[in-house]
Design a protein around this ligand. Structure first.
Ligand code: FMN
Length: 409
């Protein structure tokens, strides 16, 4: 079957327009959607996005139109903000970089449409510190679009990320833009009501904004009819690990994991057998072969107790031992925890130490049971998604790859 199910909305201009040429983007129909949106009433733009049923592509899957409507409704704010989450910190994920470096104007256009819809004249793109090329591409594109008068009164700025995974969490990101240490805030209030400098702020992912021009251009019904009904559109996936084609692919959201790995990905390297796949980055669940026929839409993944996350697809062959894999992942979270809340600060440290003990053959069944209790406490009590989701690789492998643990106890 190969790549014949591929469908490009986010990456429709990728590789076909010169990212450094505004003219080229305009000649291919770029910024037509912004013109169309500006001729519409702001609330009608919000309604169109709502009707399209697009949900956030940054991990949490929140309905985008609904998020915009909360902020659009606020009439007594002297300033509102449009923020783009371009921190892209999940290991194995580079979908947002493709947009920023390949089609920067499409992101800018999506954000300018959002500015018109919610009544914001200022926007920020918080771009991963490790992405200097993305920052450069965006700064050039913004300067050129401004100089050509395309953005009107919408002002847009790029802010460099702080080299910290937690800064991708939307309230930590806002703290970081404000110049503070990147630590999450207590919610509520949500950013839509009180975000950047206390003003109403929408925060969306790069891929979410990059879908907006096509939705305005082709209409909500067109978008709502693609892929899975409750999570329509396409999703960009980045494949890594023991898969033949270490590449990216954009597909409708009703394609299955098996199709992504074996058709688009070309299967497992060196003719080995498939063992597991982690979807969504380090905080995603590790999935066994029997669940591979799950469609990759947000709800289908949560129905099997997994997450779609950012769309990273990390494939592991039969030689991978889940204890070693999870130990590495727990080291990552122990390092990235910001330390603001106790469940995450202590929990990530203790899960990592626990995994080291298991890997060294020094743990027993009681130790494993204690780690499982700790993991559940973290799921329920950590302040933000980092601590809540950090135990996921551990929990899903204990459930689906118990033999790897039993061998070491
Ligand atoms: C620890 C952590 C890291 C995150 N990193 C990112 C990220 O790099 N990019 C992103 O868009 N969302 C990230 N998120 C999700 C954001 O908090 C937020 O849900 C998202 O930016 C909303 O945009 P969307 O509705 O368009 O998906 C992260 C969340 C957590 C808890």
């Amino acid at each position: 079957m190969g790549f014949n199910k591929e469908k490009r909305i986010v990456l429709r201009h990728y590789g076909l327009v010169n990212p450094t040429s505004t003219e080229d983007y305009v000649n291919k129909g770029g910024y037509d959607a912004l013109k169309k949106a500006k001729a519409m009433q702001p609330m009608d733009v919000v309604e169109e996005v709502k009707k399209s049923n697009i949900r956030g592509r940054g991990g949490a899957g929140f309905p985008t139109g609904l998020k915009w409507s909360f902020t659009a409704k606020i009439t007594d704010a002297d300033q509102k903000y449009v923020v783009c989450n371009a921190d892209e910190g999940e290991p194995g994920t580079y979908k947002d970089r493709l947009v920023m470096e390949g089609v920067p104007h499409q992101l800018i256009e999506g954000m300018a449409i959002a500015g018109h819809a919610i009544g914001a004249t200022k926007g920020y793109i918080y771009c991963r510190g490790e992405y200097p090329n993305s920052q450069k591409a965006l700064r050039q594109a913004i300067a050129d679009a401004k100089a050509k008068g395309i953005l009107g009164d919408f002002d847009l700025e790029v802010r460099s990320g702080a080299f910290a995974y937690v800064c991708g969490e939307e309230t930590a990101l806002i703290e970081s833009i404000e110049g503070h240490r990147g630590e999450p805030r207590y919610k509520p209030p949500y950013p839509g009501v009180a975000g950047l400098w206390g003003k109403p702020t929408i925060v969306n992912n790069v891929e979410t904004y990059a879908n907006i021009p096509a939705i305005i251009e082709n209409g909500a019904d067109w978008f709502a009819g693609i892929g899975a009904g409750n999570y329509p559109g396409t999703k960009v996936f980045t494949l890594s690990g023991d898969v033949v084609n270490k590449t990216f692919v954009e597909v409708p959201t009703d394609v299955t994991l098996r199709e992504i790995i074996f058709d688009f990905g070309g299967g497992i390297v060196d003719g080995k057998r498939f063992k597991a796949v982690q979807v969504g980055g380090n905080s995603g669940g590790i999935i066994p072969e029997e669940l591979l026929d799950t469609p990759i839409d947000f709800d289908a993944m949560s129905n099997i107790g997994m997450t779609l996350g950012t769309g990273a697809v990390f494939v592991m062959d039969e030689t991978r031992d889940m204890v070693d894999v999870v130990k590495c992942m727990m080291k990552f979270f122990e390092h990235e925890s910001c330390g603001k809340c106790t469940p995450c600060r202590e929990g990530t440290f203790r899960l990592f130490k626990g995994m080291c003990k298991i890997a060294n053959g020094e743990a027993n069944a009681n130790d494993l049971a204690t780690m499982e209790t700790l993991a559940r406490v973290m799921n329920k009590t950590a302040l933000c998604g980092l601590g809540q989701a950090a135990p996921t690789p551990f929990q899903t492998t204990v459930r689906y790859f118990a033999a790897d643990y039993q061998k070491r106890l």
